[in-house]
Design a binder for this molecule. Structure first.
Ligand code: IMO
Ligand code: MG
Length: 406
């Protein structure tokens, strides 16, 4: 039985939701190990669209047990909302299908407030991620286990007292209503309670039984707090190391799948060497419908940066690449990919003749235009890793399998 990990190779939004969903139908266990409700994983099945932020994408298939691991930060209020959203769409969210680590840290309304006040320059998703991880590392965080015995209320009050002084004195901003937040957290706490458990023992049990396991990364390598474009990053380890600390169990991954979008996008601030602030960028945004799944913000767009993906390859040891959104490149006369940077740090491009044909929904490699195949071959050779899967459209069935996944 196989062990998979899916990780973004760029700045997130590489189409992880789709491949997670493809795999999830074959999995016994799906694990999220970092991040929180800042992720935006879109799964499209027929005319149904599901957007999940916190709950693992494996929930849609209905087969797998899903884990929110100790490395995640969990907002009980958002969790309750997401559970309602999924249940309204007919997806079962029960403690049999979803387990949340007692060691995971809590995101509170105060963290969201601090995110807004402190992180304006980064352009965060506003989900309280950075401040919640700050509390964790600072050892003032609140673990979900404290929902079980109710001790979170006292801790929250203490933290609120500290941060309210800090916020009002330093930033002159009106603080949150603490009593109201406590009531909200208590109500959401009751709903999340049945899901809280020791996830490490559960994962270990699946490993012992040699089950099919998928680790679902959120964000991308360039948003990793260590390896990304610091300080314009998220606050967790989005790379393979994060899977070990954030899941808590050693796993020998058979397939380390790097998700690469056929061009590049980025939401929020920070460096982006191949960004296109022109009509071409505008066209990519339109063709790729590049608007944030979490915040609705227009994504910054540019050509593929292979030098950057190569870096992601070094960090994560991908042995299988999944190339997404190739169909959005139809109609460009010339397509470019950065293969290096010059002394000024500007990208050095390799140019490729484009293709006119619409390729959406193609499932056979042979049916792709020759120039599209050349582009794929070039990426494969540059990275030295097989592109096993090419996504040719939003639907679950819009895929070319060059190499079997299971
Ligand atoms: P998925 O899982 C794209 C970006 C934010 C911001 C920076 C820090 O859909 O790929 P945070 O709220 O995490 O403190 O914001 O990271 N960011 C993402 N960009 N996709 C994501 O997730 C992202 N999660 C965070 O825009 O620049
Ligand atoms: Mg996203």
């Amino acid at each position: 039985m196989a062990k998979y990990i899916v990780l973004g190779a760029q700045w997130g939004d590489e189409g992880k939701g789709k491949i997670v969903d493809l795999l999830a139908g074959h999995m016994d266990l799906v694990v999220r190990f970092q991040g929180g409700a800042n992720a935006g994983h879109t799964v499209i099945i027929g005319d149904q669209k599901y957007i999940m932020h916190l709950i693992p994408g494996g929930i849609v298939s209905g087969k797998a047990v899903n884990i929110i691991g100790n490395g995640c930060v969990v907002d009980p209020i958002t969790f309750a909302e997401e559970m309602d959203y999924l249940q309204k769409k007919g997806i079962e969210v029960s403690p049999e299908k979803l387990v949340i680590s007692a060691q995971a840290h809590m995101v509170t309304p105060m963290h969201k407030y601090l995110d807004r006040v402190l992180n304006k320059k980064i352009g965060t998703t506003g989900r309280g991620i950075g401040p919640a991880y700050t509390d964790k590392i600072q050892r003032t965080g609140i673990r979900l286990e404290s929902i079980l015995d109710g001790s979170f209320v006292e801790r929250f009050k203490q933290n609120a007292q500290l941060y309210s002084q800090f916020a009002t004195q330093l930033y002159g901003e009106k603080f949150i209503n603490v009593d109201e937040s406590i009531e909200q957290l208590k109500a959401a706490g009751e709903r999340i309670k049945p899901f809280i458990n020791d996830t490490i023992e559960i994962i270990a049990d699946f490993v012992r039984r040699d089950a099919d396991i998928l680790y679902e990364g959120a964000q991308g390598t360039m948003l990793d707090v260590d390896h990304g474009t610091y300080p314009f990053v998220t606050s967790s380890s989005t790379t393979i190391g994060g899977a070990y600390t954030g899941g808590g169990v050693y796993i020998d991954f058979d397939k380390r799948i790097g998700l690469v979008k056929a061009y590049t996008t980025r939401v929020g601030e920070g460096p982006f060497p191949t960004e296109l602030n022109d009509e071409t960028g505008e066209r990519l945004r339109k063709l790729g419908n590049e608007f944030g799944a979490t915040t609705g913000r227009p994504r910054r767009c540019g050509w593929l940066d292979l030098k950057l993906v190569q870096r992601a390859q070094i960090i994560n040891g991908f042995n299988y690449i999944s190339l997404s959104k190739l169909s959005c490149l139809s109609g460009f006369k010339t397509i470019k990919a950065a293969v290096d940077y010059n002394a000024q740090g500007e990208p050095v491009y390799e140019e490729f003749p484009g293709w006119e044909e619409e390729i959406e929904g193609i499932t056979d490699l042979e049916l792709l235009p020759e120039n599209a195949r050349r582009y794929i071959d070039f990426i494969e050779q540059y990275l030295g890793v097989p592109i096993g899967l090419v996504s040719t459209g939003p639907d679950r069935n819009h895929v070319i399998f060059k190499e079997a996944l299971w």
